[in-house]
Ligand binder design. Structure first.
Ligand SMILES: Nc1nc2c(ncn2[C@@H]2O[C@H](COP(=O)(O)OP(=O)(O)OP(=O)(O)O)[C@@H](O)[C@H]2O)c(=O)[nH]1
Length: 341
């Protein structure tokens, strides 16, 4: 892994192009734009990602491009993280160029600063607005990756300063709610000061989400993760995902060696109720789990949970153990009621 950072007073279109051109052409480049109110911890997050360290005091008068070469996911990628200054201090043209430059976005707020939380919606709106239908204005990326709608924008909402207990003004529930209602891709609450791992996970997850989106748009197979094999890149809805899972019928008394052959979901008759427990395994080769971090596996769990709920909201599955999502293989025990589940 190699890292470097370059300060510059204003990263306008020309400078962005120069930076992008400086990356070796054979290394895929992943461009992230960090946005958020003043003092929320943008620089701290970028520095954490780059150096794993938390310094404490950062120069907020310059925009800085952070670059990190990483191969931990199996193939090399050059992360370019643009840490912006307060967007009210710069021209709309510069902001628009930066938004069009980026592949993915992180909008930050501080849980101790309600104003920064209010700012989040405005920034999200700006991104959606400036990217919408403007494919020919993308600076460095082919048109098909332009954002015709929110689902084509990878944008994380990140609440920071979780460690400051006494001064909290925004709850995690408010953050989650904002994530859902404002069309963010994911929500994280972190303390950049306390956890390098959680802070860095944001960037790796962002990249994995970006690869997934790119693969969906390309309709080409994509290789993901250290141990991943080539996977289908078609958009995977929770329902499709569920149907593609391998069901392993397990009796709780049986040990793993004496398990009966795995029936697929389609082998069950419609409406057939089964009192058996089924263990669903989402194998490593599935793009949802390949190299996935805790945050992504949790989201997979949420999606599965939704898919496993009936229309009337009654769950079909009992989540066996929430901690299972820590594992590389996600496991749920499900009583299969019919093939529609
Ligand atoms: N307690 C605590 N302080 C933090 C955390 N992250 C950042 N800070 C502090 O918050 C202050 C602002 O952090 P910066 O990283 O400069 O924030 P910024 O968003 O880049 O600020 P501007 O560039 O001015 O917009 C610094 O004093 C950091 O030490 C955190 O997780 N917990």
């Amino acid at each position: 892994m190699s890292a470097r950072s370059s300060p510059t007073p204003a990263l306008d279109r020309a400078r962005l192009k120069k930076f992008t051109a400086s990356v070796k052409s054979h290394v895929p480049c992943f461009r992230i734009l960090l946005l958020g109110g003043r003092g929320v911890g943008k620089t701290a997050l970028a520095v954490r990602f780059l150096t794993k360290r938390f310094i404490g005091d950062y120069d907020s008068s310059v925009e800085r491009m952070y670059q990190l070469s990483d191969s931990s996911s199996g193939s090399p990628v050059e992360y370019m993280v643009l840490d912006t200054i307060d967007h009210e201090l710069k021209s709309n043209v510069d902001l628009k160029d930066q938004i069009n430059w980026a592949d993915a976005f992180v909008i930050m707020y501080s849980v101790t600063d309600e104003r920064s939380f209010c700012e989040v919606d405005r920034l999200k709106f700006l991104i959606s607005h400036m990217r919408k239908g403007k494919s020919n204005e993308r600076l460095f990326f082919p048109d098909q990756y332009s954002s015709a709608n929110n689902s084509n924008i990878i944008c994380y909402l990140v609440g920071n300063k979780q460690d400051i207990y006494g001064e909290r003004m925004v709850t995690p529930e408010q953050g989650e709610h904002r994530c859902r209602t404002s069309g963010f891709t994911a929500f994280y609450e972190v303390s950049v000061r306390e956890s390098a791992k959680r802070s860095r996970e944001i960037f790796f997850d962002l990249h994995a989400d970006w690869l997934e989106l790119k693969a969906q748009l390309d309709r080409k197979p994509v290789k993901l993760g250290r141990s991943a094999s080539t996977v289908s890149s078609r958009p995977v809805s929770p329902g499709t995902l569920l149907r593609s899972l391998t069901f392993k019928r397990t009796s709780l008394q049986q040990d793993s060696k004496s398990r009966s052959p795995s029936p697929s979901l389609s082998q069950l008759a419609p409406g057939q109720a089964s009192p058996c427990k089924f263990r669903i395994q989402v194998h490593q080769h599935h793009n949802y789990t390949a190299g996935a971090s805790h945050g992504r596996r949790r989201r997979l769990g949420d999606e599965l949970w939704t898919a496993l709920s009936r229309d009337d909201g009654e769950p079909l599955a009992d989540l066996d153990d929430d901690d299972k999502f820590e594992d590389a293989i996600v496991s749920l025990k499900v009583p299969v009621l019919n093939r529609e589940c």
